[in-house]
Design a protein around this ligand. Structure first.
Ligand code: SF4
Length: 610
């Protein structure tokens, strides 16, 4: 095979054993890589009802056929497992040297199973695998661990680590690399912690196998030049995703006070231009010439890497309007290894619960000191932090009242940073995302704002599916960053050319869309298999707040979602995906996508057809 290495590394932490497993070309052609590989492995290897925090769960680091080649933004990998937060499929992507090093070490994925007896570092140096004692690292934060390991393994070693959040099994703990590049929102850090795996270090020295290396090199050089010519490039380099704060405020989608409003009185103070004034450095993922990580000196005088999502969720969503303070909260989250989106959502939820008298702990809106204390309590699962560490779905049950109506999650995953009172397509995108409410798969909000907010139309359903195919399908499987296309308009036509030069296969966008549908449908089958009889179409609904409590401020005052019209869009979505009225893939769809075995197993588990 070219492009792919054709090998997975399977690691058993209980037995301290590692074996190399070759996979065949059909795996590569049917699932491409990254998310596709992870979904297939989790479906094949996990029995339903496995406890996500047990040794039986698999923690998968997976890359795709373009990862690590000298191509724009190709330094990412996907981390996946059954999620302890949602009980369904969970994944995330991380821009990290570990992606490049894993591929150079000749593996397309590392599959980790079992549980080490004591805290462990997994060291992968090409074909040499070692299990090192991590007792001295246990209890340290992700930045401290990174510093210690980097001093031993050098500036370009791949290092993935968890902080105290992952060690203490916080359900939205993530995995962090290179001080601030985190991924795996649905508790991938907790899965790593449950295995006593403090860090993974990867060093590879091989050449990636390209079908046409000279062509690929030339194509890559041309593509990097093309990125530089894009009109938005200069402004992107200045602000990265931080420019979205101002845009969201203008369009009333900036999550504010636990998603009850779409505008924030201090938006300017936490926006892209304010960030520019205190910017201290710029960082990025490997192989990227867009470097969108803007670091600032925070209120603690430490460097904190900001982007739109973490500033909106730890700023406007909890009422903190001082960027240096927001940056300090963000840095704390990165150090502890907590997902910033879920964290901001959970803190906003707690502040609202205090306002409504559901909890006695004093956590008023915008209280920076209270937020800091809460982050520590969550990371160490102390006091009320113990409940909040389980995520808002769980906390809402515990707090009682009607808290589940404003616990802002879908399928247990906290919503990321776009308010949808007046954005039905974005609401549908959140509701049908394969990991729970996340913007990664179909960020249709900017398109929706352009074409009209109030319509509930077939065109919108089509756009959600189109974006899910490209973003959640191709980019997550390939595994390369979507932002050159999303933010600068780097043309999609480049990618089949990259694939041809790397793999030798002519893979058209039509074929890539079929792979995306296969992966989406397999992931949906995974959710249904896990939830069994408890699965219902209600799981594809955004929270009640957006249907019941209109915005009270700004140009869109009075706006809320219409449940009946949303139902119509959801039905349309199911039909187009070939899923039934409960959102379950039909036998015909599964068979058409080459998932006949999945159909059989699913039927055995939940009796869908005779
Ligand atoms: S655009 Fe940003 S997130 Fe994407 S690869 Fe480059 S630095 Fe990483």
């Amino acid at each position: 095979m070219y492009g792919w290495n054709g090998k997975f590394l399977r690691v058993n932490l209980t037995k301290h054993k590692a074996v190399v497993k070759e996979y065949d070309a059909s795996m590569a052609r049917n699932f491409l890589g990254g998310r596709g590989f992870a979904a297939k492995i989790l479906w094949d290897e996990l029995k339903p009802d496995v406890d996500p925090l047990s040794p039986e769960n698999r923690l998968i680091f997976a890359a795709g056929p373009l990862t690590g080649f000298t191509l724009p933004s190709s330094g990412k990998l996907v981390v996946a497992a059954k999620s302890p937060l949602t009980g369904g499929y969970g994944d995330g992507n991380i821009g990290t040297y570990a992606a490049v090093q894993m591929r150079k070490a000749s593996y397309d994925a590392i599959i980790v199973e079992g549980k080490a007896e004591t805290p462990t570092i997994l060291l992968v140096e090409d074909s040499t695998i070692e299990f090192l004692d991590a007792k001295e690292l246990w209890g340290l934060n992700t930045f401290e661990v990174e510093d210690k390991l980097r001093s031993v393994y050098g500036p370009t070693a791949g290092i993935l680590t968890i902080g105290q959040g992952g060690e203490n099994l916080v359900k939205f703990a993530n995995i962090v690399s290179q001080k601030g590049r985190g991924g795996g929102r649905p508790g991938m850090g907790a899965v790593m912690g449950s295995k006593n795996l403090k860090a993974v270090v990867i060093v590879g020295s091989g050449e990636l196998p390209a079908a046409y290396p000279k062509d690929l090199k030339e194509l890559g050089a041309e593509a990097y030049r093309e990125v530089l010519t894009k009109p938005n490039y200069a402004f992107w380099k200045r602000q990265g995703t931080m420019m979205t704060i101002e845009w969201s405020q203008e369009n009333s989608v900036l999550p504010t006070y636990n998603f009850s409003e779409g505008i924030f009185e201090d938006a300017e103070a936490i926006g892209g231009f304010s960030m520019e004034k205190i910017k201290s450095s710029q960082r990025g993922c490997p192989n990227c010439n867009m470097t969108c990580g803007n670091a600032v000196k925070d209120a603690d005088r430490k460097e904190s890497e900001l982007d739109y999502e973490n500033v909106a969720m730890l700023g406007s969503n909890i009422g903190v309007g001082n960027l240096k303070k927001v940056a300090a909260l963000n840095r704390m989250a990165d150090e502890f290894g907590l997902d910033t989106i879920s964290l901001g959502n959970v803190i906003g939820f707690a502040m609202e619960a205090y306002e409504k008298g559901l909890i006695k702990e004093k956590i008023p809106w915008g209280d920076y000191k209270a937020a800091r204390a809460l982050i520590e309590d969550i990371a160490y699962k102390r006091d009320i932090g113990e409940t909040l560490a389980e995520g808002v779905r769980f906390a809402a049950e515990k707090f009682g009242g009607n808290a589940n109506r404003w616990a802002m999650n879908v399928k247990g995953l906290e919503i990321s940073a776009y308010d949808c009172h007046a954005a039905p397509a974005m609401a549908l995108s959140y509701a049908t995302s394969p990991i729970g409410a996340h913007h990664k798969d179909a960020w249709v909000i900017s398109w929706e704002v352009r074409v009209g907010r109030d319509r509930y139309s077939e065109e919108k359903v089509d756009k959600v599916i189109e974006f899910q195919r490209i973003r959640g399908g191709f980019f997550e499987c390939a595994t390369v960053c979507r932002l050159p296309w999303v933010e600068l308009g780097f043309e999609l036509e480049w990618y089949p050319k990259f694939l041809y030069a790397a793999t030798g296969f002519e893979i058209s966008w039509d074929e890539l869309n079929i792979i995306a549908d296969r992966v989406y449908t397999l992931i949906r089958a995974f959710w249904v298999r896990e939830y069994g009889k408890k699965w219902s179409r209600e799981m594809d609904f955004p929270p009640a707040r957006w249907f019941e409590e209109p915005l009270t401020k700004g140009n869109l005052k009075g706006a809320k979602l219409d449940r009946a019209k949303y139902e119509v869009m959801l039905n349309m979505y199911y039909r187009k995906r070939g899923w039934d009225e409960r959102g379950i893939p039909t036998k015909t769809t599964l068979e058409k996508l080459g998932l006949k075995d999945v159909a059989k197993q699913l039927n055995k588990r939940v009796k869908l057809w005779e």
